[in-house]
Design a protein around this ligand. Structure first.
Ligand code: NAG
Ligand code: NAG
Ligand code: NAG
Ligand code: NAG
Ligand code: NAG
Length: 357
């Protein structure tokens, strides 16, 4: 009974207060600023917080008029987005201390705002001060040990990791990926599902199409002390994917974290058909999980093109995915959104190559 009351309360809260709330951070988007003369960040910067931003070339002028009111004067969101450490290429941040209520003033005419992501994290968040954080555009990180990493972008992007190379090429890795900031990694803080959780050797690398503003990776250094392959990102996502050992695809803005609204952007398309092809030169035995809140008229359609078997999936619980197995070397995924922007899906798989007999 108490559980239900809490859920209703959280849904009500997320409706009136739009940004995506995590236990130690919040993620704001353009819709949090549109039509608002001031947005206030309560609590997160009471002791100490860091603010990271990503914008687009087109939204830069509007971001220059979103003004964070610090004790030392205004700092614009465009200024924060441009901060980068020239040596490491890591994103730098605005640090704000001793500010119980931090105001961000929207000085744009018509109170407009364009595509942006603003990640505000309190010092109590996991990996604070340890995680590496990067902008997706131009991202390249050579092989080297790492425990936690976040990649941000106001535009959807593709994140890749090469398979482990060099003297430790056969080595296993344990890699966990979630669509949230570094503070929400793991299961201790926020109830966010894993999109990828592969413990395997030789580590095969991955390609993620990040249809959202932020993703974080955690490497299990306690069990596997081997440097992972190099990491890189490019702007944009494609609808053709190599069937790798494990992977996932999600609708725009999907993160799956319970009781939180999805990420939003005017760059997301909720009217045209979502279509993806996941193929391989050999058949694989895939174990598939699907989560969606889409109704029976808008099912997620997975078609095994090897035998034309169709799997139509709608309205699963967000906590318990629909799971099934498929042997395929060509799986297509189609989804016609209902146009509201309130529906989502995620397809996640792992697989093994079927040995030739
Ligand atoms: C904020 O507080 C932290 C931790 O006490 C300190 O290291 C940092 O220098 C302070 N930053 C600013 C901008 O005052
Ligand atoms: C984090 O927030 C969720 C609600 O979103 C709550 O269920 C959970 O207990 C919180 N965890 C911690 C460690 O505060
Ligand atoms: C596919 O994997 C499942 C689960 O590991 C196994 O039960 C099944 O026999 C496999 N099928 C083939 C054709 O390898
Ligand atoms: C996968 O199947 C689709 C639909 O039949 C087809 O258009 C596509 O060419 C196939 N891809 C590969 C790599 O065979
Ligand atoms: C593969 O996916 C199935 C279904 O979600 C899961 O039970 C299994 O643990 C996964 N295996 C690996 C190696 O991730």
């Amino acid at each position: 009974m108490i559980g239900r009351a809490l859920v209703v309360f959280l849904i009500g809260l997320s409706f009136t207060e739009a940004r995506v709330d995590f236990n130690h951070s919040k993620i704001y988007d353009e819709f949090d600023f549109k039509g608002q003369s001031t947005v206030t960040i309560d609590g997160l910067c009471r002791d100490s917080c860091r603010i990271y931003a990503s914008i687009t070339q087109e939204s830069k002028a509007q971001a220059a008029n979103l003004l964070i009111q610090t004790a030392k004067g205004f700092v614009s969101v465009a200024d924060v987005a441009a901060r980068v450490d020239p040596a490491t290429k890591q994103k730098l941040y605005l640090e704000v201390n001793n500010t119980a209520s931090l105001a961000i003033v929207n000085a744009n005419s018509q109170l407009s705002a364009g595509p942006l992501v603003l990640y505000v994290v309190n010092q109590a968040g996991g990996f604070f001060g340890y995680a590496e954080i990067y902008e997706a555009e131009g991202f390249y990180r050579p092989t080297g040990l790492i425990s936690a990493l976040t990649v941000m972008s106001a535009r959807p992007f593709t994140l890749k990791q090469a398979h482990t190379q060099g003297p430790t090429a056969g080595a296993p890795e344990g890699v966990l990926a979630q669509m949230a900031g570094y503070d929400a990694l793991g299961y201790a803080s926020d109830p966010c599902p894993y999109l990828y959780n592969l413990i395997y050797g030789p580590f095969p690398g991955f390609t993620f199409e990040v249809n959202g503003p932020i993703i974080s990776l955690q490497y299990d250094l306690n069990q596997f002390h081997f440097p992972p392959g190099d990491l890189s990102a490019t702007i944009g996502i494609s609808n053709k994917r190599q069937l790798e050992r494990a992977g996932w695809l999600g609708s725009p803005g999907f993160h799956g974290c319970l009781n939180k609204q999805p990420y939003r952007s005017s760059l997301y398309d909720f009217s045209t058909l979502f279509h993806a092809e996941v193929t391989n030169d050999q058949p694989e035995n895939m174990s598939i999980d699907v989560v969606t809140n889409s109704d029976d008229d808008h099912p997620v359609l997975l078609v095994n093109q090897d035998n034309q078997v169709v799997y139509g999936i709608s309205d699963t619980s967000d906590c318990s995915p629909m799971s099934f197995g498929v042997n395929s070397q060509n799986l297509t995924i189609n989804w016609q959104p209902d146009g509201t922007g309130n529906t989502h899906f995620m397809v996640r798989w792992n697989s093994t190559i079927i040995p030739k007999v």
